[in-house]
Design a protein around this ligand. Structure first.
Ligand code: PNS
Length: 161
């Protein structure tokens, strides 16, 4: 039984994340989406909210579980007995950070490998920060996030859409 972990901040989850979740869930028997309790980043959504939004958008994916983690990703991977970590690569600009992360994690825990999935081209420029920026001005985010969470994002910026 192969277990994968897809870690991230998911503030909020985007269609790009969902694309990776759907594809990674086909590579693993069980996929855990690990939501980081990020102390250094001021997040728009609380941890519980980010977990709830992810649960909502993955509710039809039986082998996907949403969990939060605090501390090192490799420790979380060990606790969960995960076989691999999944990260999405949108463009070459992601590569430098991601290769550093993967090498560091591999050095700390050689048993767990990082698998990279290239984000589907239509989502290759989508990011949570871009979604937050557009929503903060009341702009149209429908091309970037699942429809069922759009309202939650607008609400954070005081828009009733
Ligand atoms: O969605 P993000 O913010 O790009 O995800 C980054 C994440 C969660 C993968 C990364 O920050 C992480 O793994 N943090 C946990 C702390 C850790 O293990 N740091 C050492 C890795 S170099």
């Amino acid at each position: 039984m192969k277990k994968g972990i897809y870690p991230g901040s998911f503030d909020p989850v985007t269609l790009g994340h969902l694309d990776i979740i759907m594809r990674a869930s086909k590579l693993a028997d069980e996929l855990i989406v690990g939501v980081l309790v990020n102390k250094s980043k001021q997040s728009l959504f609380t941890l519980d909210e980010r977990v709830e939004l992810l649960k909502r958008v993955t509710k039809n994916m039986p082998n996907v579980t949403i969990k939060s983690f605090d501390g090192l990703l490799v420790d979380f991977a060990e606790e969960e007995k995960a076989d691999f970590i999944v990260r999405g690569l949108r463009a070459v600009t992601d590569f430098e950070y991601e290769i550093q992360l993967a090498h560091t994690n591999h050095r700390m825990r050689p048993e767990v490998d990082t698998v990279f999935l290239t984000t589907t081209l239509q989502y290759s420029f989508v990011s949570s920060s871009l979604v937050r920026e557009i929503a903060s001005y009341g702009g149209d985010i429908s091309a970037f996030v699942p429809e069922c969470i759009e309202e939650d994002i607008y609400k954070k910026y005081g828009f009733n859409k």
